[in-house]
Each structure stands twice: as C-alpha cells, then as structure tokens.
Design a protein around this ligand. Structure first.
Ligand code: NAD
Length: 301
C-alpha cells in the first residue's frame, strides 16, 4: 500500500516554479504577478488568501491583494477586474470564493480575462478543456492528475470513478481524465447516485470530492484501488479529515492520499503553476523546462 504524499510532491512543484521564475527574470526580465480579490470577512477565505500569497513570496511571484467590504457591489468588483484585465504587469487574477451573499459568482468569474484566469474557472477555459484545447485548468483537478502521473498510476483504459460533480473539482477532473493521452473511462457519481457503493466498487481509481466526512468506507472500495480524497471536513475534535474513512480504507486500497497532506498542498502549488503558464502565454515566451516538468503531459500541447 502506497501513501500518495501530496505534501512532498507540492514541495517539488514549488521548487520547480521557483526555478522557472528565476529563469523568466534572468533571461526575459519578467516578474510574474498574481492579483487576488478578497471580498467580505469570511475568516477561512482570509486564511486561504494569506497562504496563497505566502506561496507566491516563497517562489518569487509578485502578489497584490485587493480587499473589499462585504457590502461591495457587483459593479465595484467588476470594475476592479476590468482594471486588472488591462494592467500589463498582471499575469493572473484570482477571485477568492465564496463571494458575499447577493453577488453573482458566475458573472464575476466571467469578467476575468481568460488568459489571466489563475483558477481556471472561467467558462471559456472550462469549455476549452471540454473541446480538447485546454488552456488554464482548475488547480485541484490538475494537481490530482499530476499526482497520479508522478506516482505512475496507470489511467489508460482504467475505470476512474469521481464522487462529486462540482465545476471546480468533479467535472473538470472528468474532462482531464478523458483527454487524449490520459484515456481513462470515467464515471461521475453524485448525491443522487443510488446505490453509491455499486459505482465506487467498480473504480480502479476512486476520487472523492463530496465534502462528507467518512462517506467512503472500506466496503465501498475495490481491493487494490487508488483512492484520492479531496474532501476537507472537521471531525468533532476539530481535526481535519477527508471524505474517506482513511484508517479502514488503508487496508483495502493499493494507494491512498492522506488528509491533510494529500490533494490540498498540490492545489496550492498548481495555482502557482497556472500563474506562470498564464505569464508565459501572455508574454509570448517559452515555458521554462522546470515548469514543464510539473505540468501534466496532456496539457502541454
Ligand atoms: P460542492 O459542494 O460544490 O460539491 C459536492 C459534490 O458532492 C456535489 O456534486 C454533490 O452531488 C456530491 N455529494 C454530496 N453528498 C454526496 C453523497 N452523500 N454521495 C455522493 N455525492 C455527494 O463541493 P466541491 O467544491 O467540489 O468540494 C468538495 C469537497 O472537496 C469539499 O470538502 C471541499 O472543501 C473539498 N475541496 C478540497 C480541495 C483541496 O484542495 N483539497 C479543493 C476544492 C474542494
């Protein structure tokens, strides 16, 4: 049984990003830049944005924060995004979700220039992914694909079952798994799937992104399956847990990601990769080899 160590892999990704940033600066005189928009007082969102900026500092990406009160209007946010769309030095724009109540998340995300869409949530980028012309792709699914590639987990012709159909994890991951060169057979399960265990038991690779603690137990997993736990929940003691009953599934799975230390760190690292991919594409410079090493092969076309 292999524990898929996302934390160590993420460290390697950050180190490669750092090398790539250095090359962009030394060879092309470019300073990659990310602008984050944070609206409202949600404490978790504040922590996430702070950590993302710390990651930027670590690898040498210039980061700027734009904060707004929870009374911010749709128009205020859109006009800040418009300004950043026109700002030559800005390579990536990130809108921290969730937005305060009353704001139309979809329309705000759609206002971001797709070439600067650091999160890969713009409908244009999601559409490109579905039409085999992938541009910037969401960080969590991209991180999962990189993790599976890094551990040589075979996907071609394998049955990948994804539990969860969100626009930021389940659906884009299904599209990534279906890409030419990845070639998995994909099933998406969700809250109306009955019975869930009949579907999960068919999985060679099982990805769980439901946000329900202990949703997947040992009896729901095929012997030897690779299990990727995306969920982030708190147990009654306040500890972080995933969606998979880790201790019992360990005995059945061939490989498994822990929570914490699995998908989470890779999600953070892949945001940095996206900023650099956006930077190179916008500014017409070749992607440094150090970065190509940490981008899934199917996205390098
Ligand atoms: P979401 O709430 O948008 O979607 C959850 C999905 O799970 C839905 O499609 C729903 O149909 C499905 N679902 C819910 N209950 C289910 C059940 N009982 N059986 C089967 N399917 C069920 O969530 P999301 O944004 O995709 O996030 C999912 C989880 O992953 C959350 O815990 C979130 O915090 C976590 N997450 C982690 C990372 C990371 O980096 N580790 C990144 C994004 C999301």
């Amino acid at each position: 049984m292999t524990v898929l160590d996302g934390a160590s892999l993420a460290k390697r990704v950050r180190s490669n990003v750092q090398d790539a940033v250095r090359e962009l600066q030394e060879v092309h005189g470019i300073m990659p830049r990310l602008d984050a928009l944070l609206a409202g007082e949600d404490p978790a969102s504040r922590v996430y944005v702070r950590k993302k900026r710390e990651d930027c500092d670590e690898v040498g990406i210039d980061s700027h924060l734009h904060t707004f009160p929870d009374t911010v209007t749709q128009q205020d946010l859109r006009s800040q995004i418009e300004t950043l769309n026109q700002t030559e030095a800005c390579d990536g724009i990130l809108v921290q979700l969730p937005l305060p109540e009353g704001l139309d998340e979809g329309r705000i995300l759609e206002a971001v220039d797709p070439t600067k869409d650091a999160d890969g949530f713009h409908p244009g980028n999601l559409g490109r992914l579905l039409s085999d012309r992938a541009g910037l792709t969401p960080a969590t699914p991209t991180g999962i694909l990189h993790l599976l590639e890094a551990y040589d987990v075979p996907l071609e012709g394998k049955h990948a079952v994804i539990v969860g159909r969100s626009n930021i994890v389940g659906k884009p991951l299904a599209a990534l798994f279906l890409q030419r060169g990845v070639d998995a057979t994909v099933t998406i399960a969700h809250s109306r799937t009955r019975p869930l265990e009949d579907v999960t038991r068919q999985a060679d690779v099982l990805v769980v992104a439901a946000g329900k603690r202990d949703l997947v137990t040992a009896d729901m997993v095929q012997e030897g399956a690779v299990v990727v736990d995306v969920g982030i929940n708190r147990d009654p003691d306040g500890n972080l847990t995933g969606d998979v009953a880790y201790d019992e599934v360990l005995d059945v799975a061939g490989a498994i990601t822990p929570v914490p230390g699995g998908v989470g760190p890779l999600t953070r690292a892949m945001l940095l990769v996206n900023v650099l991919r956006a930077c190179c594409a916008r500014r017409g410079v070749p992607v440094p080899d150090a970065l190509l090493d940490v981008v899934p092969a199917s996205l390098q076309g």
